[in-house]
Write a protein that binds this ligand. Structure first.
Ligand SMILES: NC(=O)c1ccc[n+]([C@@H]2O[C@H](COP(=O)([O-])OP(=O)(O)OC[C@H]3O[C@@H](n4cnc5c(N)ncnc54)[C@H](O)[C@@H]3O)[C@@H](O)[C@H]2O)c1
Length: 438
């Protein structure tokens, strides 16, 4: 267990937010922060900006905003940098993504244009549907990592940054399993020098960030900071890491609904989920290997929430199926259908149909913001390694070895808020009636 931080270093100075991948999610986040800080729009969906936290007993009436309770960097302190395999600046990439309106983008046009990606680290086998044109070249993967480290150092120097954090907003890489080169830091560094084929671009960014003292979160389902080598590096350097795969859209709905059905001991026979989406993410996920990474994170959720082994009569024969269909006319405005076959008293069947007309990047952008601010807080509080209290934001939360992930959104929120209370020396809230503890 981590010792309780005695002191959290202040959030002074500028905080760099580094984005490997500046596509729909990355630019919606950057433009959104720019709009919010000039008062042109509100950062809805962000717990760090809008959430409150109850302290003490209900009768104490102490409910400060989270951002006043823990020392978080303010939106004005953020500076943005990133990498992409296409040279478009943030304005061009945001226009191409068609998430935000022309009117919104026009308000922050100059600021967005100044965010220009550095060339990316890219090996086509990991994202087959894209043909990167703005990429680094070097004799080995170790040299590529050095180039990324140089980018980070120059960015920090040029902008006068105190600290930085990184959030992967790049495309989903093809599914890979842990290999020998991932097993330890020494093996990984040897693998970089030997150009080991199992070292993915995302791992090179994460390695470079951690070597530069930059905490890292993984917004996609591919393996990155969850390989033993990078876990070791995060612990050695006392840096927080988190992942993986932002919890938005259909999976968010699943982790809201499933705990409710289970709480009422209603059974489930089947849950069929299908999506249509037409953005670049959808195009990448049209490739079966990239989809495999996604499918694994999407399917795990219900098993952990419903505990079919503990409740075999209710959930033992659940048929769970997830599909993603690339359908260009829809762009970023995904539509997710769910059909739930449930049963109640005496086994009588019922159905629930959900049609979620969502906007993927609108749901993901506030997650990027919260992760950037909370990872920075974690670092200043001296918390190292996987930050399970940030599970709230992920489809497939990383855990300490041997532990199962917590998927229930409400347990995740309680864990997040209790961690904040613990950091500030406040009692956790147990919801035990006051008549029992007074
Ligand atoms: N939008 C959501 O709701 C959501 C939810 C969960 C996870 N995600 C994940 O977030 C990521 C970003 O989603 P998006 O909708 O912004 O996709 P996108 O395709 O619009 O953006 C991804 C960007 O990453 C770039 N890229 C790819 N490989 C790269 C590399 N090696 N280095 C640097 N840049 C690279 C691409 O050129 C692209 O600009 C995806 O992996 C997606 O699966 C998104």
């Amino acid at each position: 267990m981590h010792p309780k931080p005695n002191e959290i270093a202040p959030a002074s100075g500028k905080l760099g937010v580094l984005l490997p991948g500046m596509g729909a999610v990355g630019t919606t986040f950057v433009a959104g922060v720019m709009l919010a800080r000039r008062g042109s729009a509100k950062p809805f969906g962000s717990l760090s900006q809008l959430g409150t936290i109850r302290l003490g007993k209900r009768t104490d009436h102490r409910v400060p905003p989270i951002k006043d309770f823990v020392p978080l960097a303010g939106l004005d302190q953020l500076e943005f940098g990133g990498w992409d395999i296409f040279p478009d600046n943030a304005l061009e990439a945001a226009s191409h993504a068609e998430v935000l309106s022309k009117e919104h983008l026009a308000l922050v046009k100059d600021e967005l244009e100044r965010v220009r990606p550095w060339p990316g680290v890219f090996f086509p086998g990991f994202v087959r549907r894209l043909n990167g044109t703005h990429v680094k070249t070097a004799p080995t993967k170790r040299d590529l990592a050095e180039q990324v480290r140089d980018d980070i150092r120059s960015f920090k120097k040029e902008r006068g940054l105190e600290r930085a954090v990184a959030i992967w907003c790049g495309s989903t890489e093809a599914y890979t399993e842990t290999s020998a080169a991932h097993a330890s830091l020494a093996a990984f560094e040897k693998g970089l020098a030997d150009d080991d084929a199992t070292i993915a671009p995302s791992m090179i960014y994460a390695y470079a960030c951690l070597m530069e003292g930059v905490p890292y979160a993984n917004g996609a389902p591919n393996l990155t900071v969850d390989i033993p080598a990078l876990q070791e590096l995060a612990r050695d350097r006392a840096l927080p890491v988190a992942g993986k795969d932002f919890k938005t859209g259909q999976t968010l709905m699943k982790t809201i609904l499933a705990p409710g059905l289970k709480a009422r001991m209603l059974g489930l026979r089947g849950w069929f989920s299908t999506n249509i989406l037409g953005n670049r993410d959808g195009e990448v996920l049209d490739d079966p290997d990239s989809f495999k990474s996604k499918e694994v994170t999407k399917l795990g959720v219900l098993d952990y929430i419903l505990q079919p082994k503990v409740y075999p009569d209710l959930y033992g024969s659940l048929y769970h199926k997830v599909r993603i269909e690339y359908y260009p006319p829809r762009g970023d405005q995904k539509e997710g259908w769910d059909n739930l076959d449930i049963f109640g008293w005496l086994g009588y069947p019922m159905q629930i149909k959900i049609d979620f007309l969502c906007r993927d990047s609108i749901l993901a952008a506030p997650i990027v913001l919260d992760l950037a601010l909370f990872l920075d807080l974690a670092q200043r509080a001296g918390l190292a390694g996987t930050q399970e209290w940030l599970s709230f934001y992920f489809k497939s939360p990383m855990t300490a070895p041997g532990l199962y992930p917590e998927h229930d959104l409400f347990i995740q929120l309680m864990k997040l808020k209790n961690t904040l209370r613990w950091m500030r020396g406040e009692e956790p809230i147990t919801h035990l009636g006051r008549e029992y503890y007074d």
